[in-house]
Design a protein around this ligand. Structure first.
Ligand SMILES: Cc1cc2nc3c(=O)[nH]c(=O)nc-3n(C[C@H](O)[C@H](O)[C@H](O)COP(=O)(O)OP(=O)(O)OC[C@H]3O[C@@H](n4cnc5c(N)ncnc54)[C@H](O)[C@@H]3O)c2cc1C
Ligand code: FES
Length: 268
């Protein structure tokens, strides 16, 4: 439960409110996180919040992408190289790439949801031959809000079919306009051989999962990432409870067969 000290080794602005930090341990590092897992990041003197791992760095470094929405995330986004942060974890479940092996992998991201999906996408592209197709659908509010925009072309070259759409376009925008959910139908070509990883606002995940199921993708083959208020991260405090699940332990990545009945009772 005691945070391990990491120093900010690099800071990359992704958009006007989102920053990617590369964190280097200054003492014994935490275990290497797996795609989909999160850590509790502590801005000293401000507070601690759950943040997903958004990439793999060299050696024992961590890569995490943070959107500034409140006191703690604002403090983390303001951290500069050389500043210290505390890290606990890694916690939670992971994107099961084995579900997609020999099949189509459909990755659907809305906004900051691309951050937790990025390690799974990178892992799939590193072993591209294991998957029939790798399709990435990305939705953002505007072109300026898109995360990892500089990497989209690299992902295409490495064998992903990438489609990007925004809610509000400007005159220079060459991609799609509209909700990412609209493109799901066309992205599924063989529902029985498709696994989908979906992360974004809850309403977006619900519409995506519903569309995928209606196209014939099995609910067990659809993974979503559920966020709830978290405190301990270690299945001790109950803050993250959703029905029978403690999402810091049984999530955040959950298959839609398990998530759907909970969504019927409350906002998923
Ligand atoms: C498993 C998990 C993984 C996460 N991964 C990331 C990540 O990779 N990058 C990232 O930027 N954020 C991520 N989050 C969300 C992040 O933890 C919250 O943004 C953070 O806790 C807000 O804390 P704060 O003190 O900055 O703001 P607060 O003062 O706590 O909140 C500011 C406002 O945002 C609302 N809010 C708080 N948390 C959320 C949330 N999860 N979703 C929507 N609204 C919220 C509050 O109700 C309030 O209105 C993740 C959350 C979970 C549970
Ligand atoms: S955050 Fe404490 S039980 Fe999950």
């Amino acid at each position: 439960m005691w945070p391990t000290r990491y120093v900010v080794a690099a800071r990359q602005a992704e958009s006007k409110d989102t920053v990617t930090l590369t964190l280097r341990p200054v003492e014994n590092p935490i275990e290497p996180p797996r795609p989909g897992q999160f850590t509790m990041l502590y801005a000293y003197g401000v507070g601690e919040v759950p943040i997903s791992v958004s990439g793999f760095a060299r050696g024992q470094e961590l890569v995490q992408t943070i959107r500034a929405i409140g006191a703690v995330t604002r403090a983390l986004c303001a951290a500069a190289p050389g500043d210290m942060v505390g890290v606990r974890g890694p916690f939670g479940t992971q994107w099961q790439l084995s579900l997609a092996e020999g099949r189509d992998l459909l990755v659907v991201a809305g906004g900051i949801g691309l951050a937790p999906l990025r390690p799974a996408l990178l892992a799939a592209l590193a072993e591209r031959a294991r998957y029939r197709r790798v399709v990435l659908l990305v939705g953002g509010r505007s072109p300026d809000d898109l995360l990892f925009a500089r990497e989209l072309e690299t992902w295409r070259r490495r064998g992903a079919s990438v489609r990007v759409t925004v809610d509000r376009a400007d005159a220079d925008w060459k991609g799609g306009v509209g909700l990412v959910t609209r493109f799901i139908d066309g992205a599924v070509t063989d529902p029985a051989r498709t696994a989908a990883f979906v992360c974004g606002p809850e309403i977006m995940m619900r519409i995506c999962a519903h569309t995928l199921v209606s196209r014939g993708v099995a609910a067990e083959d659809i993974l979503v990432s559920l966020e709830r208020n978290m405190r301990c991260g270690a299945a001790l405090c109950g803050h993250c409870q959703l029905g029978p699940l403690l999402l810091c332990r049984d999530g955040p990545v959950v298959n839609y067969a398990d998530a759907a009945p909970l969504a019927a009772k409350q906002e998923l």
